[in-house]
Design a protein around this ligand. Structure first.
Ligand SMILES: *Cc1c(COP(=O)(O)O)cnc(C)c1O
Length: 429
């Protein structure tokens, strides 16, 4: 290294040090934020092992295999919106009037009251809808109730906004219903929201009317508003109808979060919504809607093209599209359920009723050298190039989550490999 280069390098080190010493150029809350699913998926880079192609049953994106495709009506609406050049500017931060109205009109028929555009806030996917609801309700010292197992970004956002997380259990042998006694015990004067996910990621469960009525009754008695994650609304195929929690909202205020990502197979469009179901004006008096408005004004909403395409997507998607998607999901669920029954050491207490996930229980005692779900998932990836998420990502030990929005032949192939893997590690042979 030349003398000049050496001095320059020395100087640049000192220069950087000065910056770091003078200014604390990092945000601890940002660096401590974690989304375990994204972290796992974006770090899993499995080389094809023993010539086996990677099969991912890990990511909750129904579009990855290409066998499920967005409704043509939605694609046409997006093309028309783009070509018109009428949607290239900013909109209202909470979404264009047309888009908010379309979401309100779409959901009103299943509720006991009529929604207006002012009850709707359009967001960057359902993820931002969750973020904004948590942010709007976060007060110093507040806690929220989160499902276990549950979608991990609830915790991610709660932690970011300084909200204490309290977990209530879902009971696997009771179709993953909520342990309502536990919920009552967990609630106190500082509980500002109860997060419910139905149909459930990761459980694939769909709550019956009676259970939802009990949830609403508990929330009403304890005076705790509900954040209802209904991104899988209507994605049901197991016999239980989907019922929005907001249909109980005269009793309890409900912030419903949803979007186009899963049911309409366009997660990349980043269009979600918050439906404020608050006919008694409780949240309005607490200025929650106002808080949401201030929050969306910081980022000025989502893509105007996605917003412009929404009426086409909601109004003109033919019923065959939904039927075909559900048929495919049901076939995937049946395949997984059938295969699990034939594998020693694995178990599945309930047939999934909706969404696109099945939770499979592993008995680590049945396998040699596998002491946890994390080890099971990582060794399965290493040896068979089949990716599943460990229960640990959802806060539950000794389960794995399998995505069945997967073409049948690939799903069979994946289960062949899982079966071989289990046999190979079985203690009984
Ligand atoms: C996929 C998913 C979301 C996020 O949806 P986006 O619209 O892609 O942000 C929210 N909640 C649950 C339970 C999900 O599975």
């Amino acid at each position: 290294m030349s003398e000049v280069a050496r001095i320059m390098e020395e100087w640049s080190c000192i220069y950087e040090l000065r910056w770091l010493e003078r200014r604390r150029l990092r945000s601890p809350s940002a660096l401590e934020s974690r989304n375990p699913i994204r972290e796992l998926l974006e770090s899993l880079n499995v080389p094809p092992s023993h010539g086996k192609e990677k099969i991912s049953l890990a990511q909750g994106d129904p579009t990855v295999f290409g066998h499920l495709r967005a409704p043509q009506a939605a694609v046409d609406a997006m093309v028309a919106a783009t070509e018109s050049c009428m949607f290239n500017g900013y909109t209202h931060s909470a979404g264009s009037q047309e888009c908010r109205m379309a979401v309100a009109d779409y959901h009103s028929p299943s509720l006991p009251f009529k929604l207006s555009a002012n009850d709707i806030c359009i967001t960057v996917g359902c993820s931002q809808a969750i973020q904004l609801c948590i942010a709007a309700l976060a007060t110093p010292g507040a806690n929220m109730l989160l499902p276990r197992p549950g979608f991990p970004i609830y915790e991610t956002f709660c932690k970011y906004y300084g909200v204490q997380c309290r977990y209530y259990d879902l009971i696997p042998d009771k179709d993953w219903e909520i342990d309502l006694d536990e919920v009552t015990i967990l609630m106190d004067a500082n509980t500002v929201a109860w997060i419910v996910c139905n149909p459930s990621n990761p459980c694939g469960s769909v709550y019956k009317y009676q259970h939802l009525a009990k949830i609403a009754a508990v929330a009403e008695k304890q005076r705790v508003p509900i954040i209802s994650d209904e991104i899988y609304a209507e994605m049901v195929f197991g016999g239980n109808d989907f019922i929005p929690l907001a249909s109980f909202s005269p009793k309890v205020p409900v912030l419903t979060v949803g979007g186009v990502s899963k049911r309409w197979l366009v997660p990349g469009w980043r269009l979600g919504w918050i439906i404020v179901a608050d006919p008694k004006g409780i949240l309005a008096k607490a200025r929650v809607m106002e808080a949401l408005m201030r929050l969306v004004q910081m980022t000025i909403g989502t893509s105007t093209l996605s917003q412009a395409a929404i009426s086409g997507l909601l109004l003109h998607t033919p019923s065959e599209f939904y039927d075909d998607t559900l048929k495919s999901l049901k076939a995937g669920a049946e395949l997984c359920y059938r295969r699990v029954q034939c594998i020693t050491g694995l178990d599945c207490p309930t047939f999934p009723q909706g969404a696109m996930y099945i939770m499979v229980k592993i008995n680590p005692g049945a396998f040699e050298g596998l002491s946890s779900d994390v080890e099971f998932a990582s060794l399965l990836a290493e040896e068979e190039s089949v990716l599943v998420l460990p229960g640990a990502a959802f806060g539950i030990a000794n389960w794995i989550r399998v995505v069945f929005a997967t073409p049948q032949n690939l799903l069979e192939e994946a289960w062949d490999r899982i079966e071989l893997f289990c046999l190979r590690h079985s203690l009984q042979h």
